[in-house]
Design a protein around this ligand. Structure first.
Ligand SMILES: *[C@@H]1O[C@H](CO)[C@@H](O)[C@H](O)[C@H]1NC(C)=O
Ligand SMILES: *[C@@H]1O[C@H](CO)[C@@H](O)[C@H](O)[C@H]1NC(C)=O
Length: 363
């Protein structure tokens, strides 16, 4: 798609695009030519070649494992073990920290957590697992045009937790990953002892970071369109038309703080482009699953964290998520949407750590 098509002369079509703005899942509607109908054979060939051509190099202490889902497809998991506390610190191991399971959003994959947050939380004594959703990062891609639905992504996360994680973890979801976490906790068991195969495994808590709110991003789009049309235009160009993949300033403005160094923006831009060759969702189906159903377990600890300089999720979106779960959202100054990669990544990590340490390990 050429950027010339996005001049203000085309405002009505920008409007239409903005309503379809869904972090890339809508591109099939935006192109003039209908999508080519690939037959099963070519699709299978495409899917085999899905893996990232520029693989993410793991940091010290990290390992890459693959979790095989019941479908036979493999999910990439980057693991970093939590540093053990000195025995003198505590007499027994009752105070073992819950493992953390990180869920990325659109255009990202497990690597986005591996860069700063996995080392940080593992040093602080937490076992960390960062997943790549299907069709993203080094995970296998299903056949079809999109990677899944809120339900299938939440089910994949649940399958991983059921089979690989011993203690009830804390789920940490970013952006659209936050919406997947919301779907997970709408279908989670009430306690450790409840046995119900149709509900997702019990967890210790859930944190939503710069998350798409429970009603989806439709509200955000319309707010932007009427209050900040230029921002709406920019976001649409950046995300729906994927200009962030080719323009360094647009990539910085969409995901990072202004102070972010060029080399870093370029590096992450390349990884983002590589991470997602298949949209996470089909927007039309996503819309049908929204708003997210309420919590099955109202006593589940939920944390809603946002960033003041978030160009994608506005303050009202953050407050909507807080209201939905009956918690006061925390909004951090001087941090942009990608709070785990931003130059000020440590600010969000510290706030999340302090919430984590307030959780009762006996629960
Ligand atoms: C499991 O949970 C679902 C959803 O809450 C419920 O409809 C179903 O009856 C439960 N099954 C059992 C065996 O408790
Ligand atoms: C999405 O759903 C809402 C109601 O839930 C509806 O008003 C809106 O038109 C739908 N949008 C699309 C693009 O289907």
């Amino acid at each position: 798609m050429h950027t010339e098509a996005f001049s203000f002369q085309f405002f009505p079509s920008i409007l239409a695009m903005a309503t379809l703005w869904s972090f890339g899942s809508s591109l099939i509607f935006l192109t003039k030519n209908p999508p080519r109908r690939a037959n099963m054979r070519t699709l299978a060939a495409i899917n085999v070649e899905h893996k990232m051509r520029v693989p993410y190099e793991l940091k010290k202490g990290q390992s890459r494992i693959f979790h095989t889902l019941p479908s036979g497809l493999n999910m990439e998991v980057i693991f970093q073990e939590g540093a053990k506390r000195k025995i003198s610190d505590k007499g027994n191991d009752n105070s073992e920290n819950p493992p953390l399971v990180f869920i990325h959003g659109s255009y990202h994959a497990a690597w986005c957590w591996a860069e700063h947050w996995l080392p940080y939380f593992s040093q602080n004594g937490y076992d960390c697992y960062a997943l790549s959703l299907l069709g993203q990062g080094e995970s296998d891609a299903p056949t079809g045009q999109v990677a899944g639905t809120l339900q299938t992504h939440a089910r994949d996360v649940a399958d991983f937790i059921q089979k690989e994680i011993k203690l009830p973890p804390v789920l940490v979801g970013h952006s659209f990953g936050g919406l997947i976490v919301q779907y997970y906790i709408a279908n989670v068991r009430k306690d450790k002892t409840q046995v119900n195969g149709s509900l997702h495994p019990y967890i210790t808590g859930a944190a939503m970071l710069c998350s798409v709110p429970p009603s989806g991003n439709g509200g955000i789009v319309w707010r932007y369109l009427f209050s900040k049309p230029i921002a709406a235009f920019k976001i649409t160009r950046s995300l729906a038309a994927k200009a962030f993949q080719t323009s360094l300033p647009i990539c910085r403005e969409t995901f990072f703080s202004v102070a972010m160094q060029d080399e870093l923006v370029l590096r992450y831009q390349k990884l983002m482009k590589e991470s997602s060759r298949m949209p996470l969702f089909d927007l039309r189906k996503l819309n049908a699953s929204l708003p997210v159903p309420p919590l099955t377990n109202p006593s589940l600890p939920v944390f809603v964290l946002g960033a003041k300089d978030d160009f994608i999720v506005d303050l009202e979106g953050l407050q909507e998520t807080g209201r939905f779960y009956g918690v006061s959202p925390v909004c951090i100054e001087g941090v942009a949407h990608d709070m785990m990669l931003d130059c000020s990544w440590e600010k969000g990590a510290r706030v999340l750590l302090s919430w984590l340490s307030s959780l009762d390990p006996e629960d």
